[in-house]
Design a protein around this ligand. Structure first.
Ligand code: 5RP
Length: 267
């Protein structure tokens, strides 16, 4: 592996082989997502506990100070919205040159396997990998499911992750699902888990993250279940313990509970 590629990956995946990415890119198709309305307010308290931010260039430039930043995974696909015809019809929004200018450690792109735009999004990934490899820039592929959350089963996600890896993604972001080992085993590059919409209890999040880690995921790219929680800092500290300290779900819950008195509740 080229030195630049290896160095960028090492900025993202920590020495223990694990990673906690904090995605705050949701506005690129959802607009001002709940509790991400003012990105800086959401990001700043969480930044010390994240290994990297997954973010668009607009929010990076406007809402993150360059002198205190963590490694950046730059979201470079988009062009569609919640109110448009088809979320899956994404294109590339940001060049590799811009990613280099912003000192990104990786670029991230969604693929929509099984959608009407499967081929276009997969070819976008392949093109981005070609460009990225030229400059030593890792590509993280995001297996997007659009509005069809029912697609989140091991068979579908294993298919989508494997295709992403075959096309050259260096990291794949997918959803946790039952039988998650089938997803990880079939994917020859590191897999990180997203959370999806906020679930009912913190313990549910801790349990699925723990299960995914046990089954071979290297970590998380977890957004709403952190920053939409009433106590986002407590939540990210607990998730960090799962990812980097091999905490059990019960121990993560104890960390969350012990932070309760200290944390300022966000409205
Ligand atoms: C949005 C994304 C997000 O980065 C990803 O879904 C993770 O966030 P969450 O845990 O909120 O699902 O790719 O398009």
């Amino acid at each position: 592996m080229q030195w630049g590629m290896a160095n960028r990956l090492a900025q993202l995946i920590q020495a223990d082989g694990h990673a906690l990415f904090l995605p705050v890119d949701h506005g690129y198709f959802q607009g001002p997502t709940r509790k991400l309305e003012v990105p800086r307010q959401t990001i700043e308290p969480l930044l010390p506990y994240a290994d990297a931010l997954f973010i668009t260039r607009g929010v990076l430039r406007s809402s993150v100070d360059p002198d205190h930043a963590k490694p950046v995974i730059l979201r470079v696909s988009g062009g569609t919205s919640m109110v448009g015809k088809d979320l899956a019809n994404e294109g590339l929004t940001t060049s590799i040159e811009e990613a280099l200018r912003l000192n990104a450690s990786a670029v991230g792109i969604s693929i929509f396997v099984g959608s009407d735009y499967e081929k276009e999004t997969l070819l976008n990934l392949a093109r981005l990998v070609d460009e990225g490899e030229r400059y030593g820039m890792p590509v993280m592929a995001v297996t997007a499911v659009g509005r069809e959350m029912a697609k989140r089963d091991a068979r579908y996600l294993a298919l989508a992750c494997r295709i992403a890896a075959e096309l050259g993604a260096r990291v794949v972001k997918t959803y946790w699902c039952p039988d998650f080992e089938k997803v990880v085993t079939g994917c020859p590059v590191p897999v990180v888990m997203a959370g999806g919409p906020q679930v009912n209890t913190e313990l549910e999040v801790f349990e699925f993250v723990h299960d995914g880690l046990e089954k071979g995921s290297i970590g998380v790219n977890l957004g709403r279940n952190i920053w939409q929680n009433d106590l986002p800092v407590a939540m990210i500290k607990a998730i960090r313990a799962l990812v980097h300290q091999k905490a059990t779900p019960k121990e993560a819950q104890e960390i969350y509970d012990s932070e309760k008195g200290k944390g300022k509740k966000r409205s």
